[in-house]
Design a protein around this ligand. Sequence first.
Ligand SMILES: [Zn+2]
Length: 58
Amino acid sequence: MSDNLQKALPCGCLVDTHRDFLGRVVGTIVTRGEQCPRTEHASGQVVIMPGREHARPE
Ligand SMILES: [Zn+2]
């Protein structure tokens, strides 16, 4: 997969994904979802992407 993809989180936020220095996929919040309940999902914040598909390759 590409290391730079825009993805929508389940909460509605749009993030730019990339890998951090540990190989995890993280997302930088681009647009906050209108229904998003997470206060940490402010524009410019970096969050670790959830889910098995984003796990570090073995
Ligand atoms: Zn959110």
